[in-house]
Design a protein around this ligand. Structure first.
Ligand SMILES: [Zn+2]
Length: 332
């Protein structure tokens, strides 16, 4: 068997509230191997570091690779992160994660240089470098359970003064709308995320006629956003109305963001990107409706062609970028 030993490689790690994935790549944009560890418990920082270390040992053992050939690990974290300081600012969905110097903890424990960035920003980096969207300023919006965004301005991920740019999910789009986990009402996330679409469908199915009832039962307990999209495609009135409403609110937020930042491209990613062209067309329709006339109308609205891989690809970029930077500064 041919051994890959001696070849330099980078690792990418995606840390979410309920899962950790680890990817390995010998070159940018090409994931060689990926493993996912899904557990239901929330991790403490120290136990997460041990777990990532064990995942790395197991992967490198299987591939016959040595840690000394690893140029670095790029980490995508589901929550606010200061990239420059290498720390988690606080854990929105993960308790016990306030002010954690995760990059340093991982570097020390793994003997591998580590860089850390918010997962939506990492996704934006992956899309910008490997999504084939050109060099213009890019807004990457991830629509899954919640809604987040990453901005690439002038070729660089933009974190903003407080390091938390991209909180598009918590912009208010409906006065007195549903309550949000952030404490406000009417946030975009409460009206257009996958979880919100499922919640709205579940509530409305109890009192309205819909083919969704055949799928999920009259009380709507098992309904999810993919079912709502599927029934909308088949012409179910209630499902279409829910999808249209979610896309209309996305249009409000995306048009506002475009008028502020004059993006050349908006890429829709996350779990909902699986809805493909149907989602893209509806979001584009409502975004264009809300855009003021002028050069910002040139903005392209696309769906990610690699929604499942983009964060891994971005995390690998992060690791290779940090290694190149260390090299250019003459560090070991
Ligand atoms: Zn909110």
């Amino acid at each position: 068997m041919q051994t890959a030993s001696g070849r330099k490689f980078a690792l990418g790690c995606d840390i979410g509230a309920t899962k950790v994935s680890l990817a390995l790549a010998f070159s940018r944009g090409v994931i060689e191997e990926r493993v996912v560890d899904s557990t239901r418990r929330m991790r403490k920082p120290e136990s997460l570091v041990s777990e990532v270390s064990a995942m790395i040992s197991s992967m490198l053992g299987r591939k016959g690779l040595s840690r000394s050939d690893c140029v670095g690990i790029g980490v995508a974290f589901a929550g606010p992160v200061s990239f420059t300081e290498g720390k988690v600012i606080y854990g929105t969905n993960i308790p016990g994660w306030d002010d954690i110097p995760l990059a340093g903890m991982l570097s020390d424990a793994l003997s591998i240089p580590a860089s850390i960035m918010n997962d939506a920003n990492v996704g934006a980096l992956g899309e910008y470098r490997h999504g084939g969207h050109g060099q213009g300023d890019l807004l990457y919006v991830t629509i899954s359970t919640g809604i987040g965004a990453g901005l690439v301005i002038g070729g660089r991920v933009y974190e903003g003064s407080s390091k938390v740019a991209g909180e598009i999910g918590h912009t208010t789009v409906a006065e007195n709308g549903p309550s949000c986990g952030c404490g406000k009402r009417g946030c975009l996330e409460t009206l257009s995320s996958g979880l919100s679409i499922a919640r709205i469908a579940s509530e409305r199915m109890r009192r309205e006629t819909s083919s969704l009832i055949d799928r999920a039962g009259a009380n709507g307990e098992t309904v999810n956003s993919a079912m709502v999209f599927e029934e909308a495609r088949k012409g179910d009135m209630l499902s279409s109305e829910i999808v249209e409403s979610a896309c209309r609110y996305l249009g409000f937020a995306l048009a506002g963001a475009t008028m502020l930042m004059s993006f050349s491209t908006i890429v829709l990613g996350g779990g909902m990107a699986r809805e493909g062209e149907y989602l893209r067309k509806r979001v584009e329709f409502y975004t264009r409706k809300e855009l003021a006339r002028g050069p910002n109308e040139k903005v392209r609205i696309l769906v990610s062609r690699m929604p499942e891989r983009v964060v891994d690809i971005g995390a690998i970029e992060l690791a290779f970028d940090a290694a190149s930077e260390r090299e250019s500064h003459g560090a070991v």
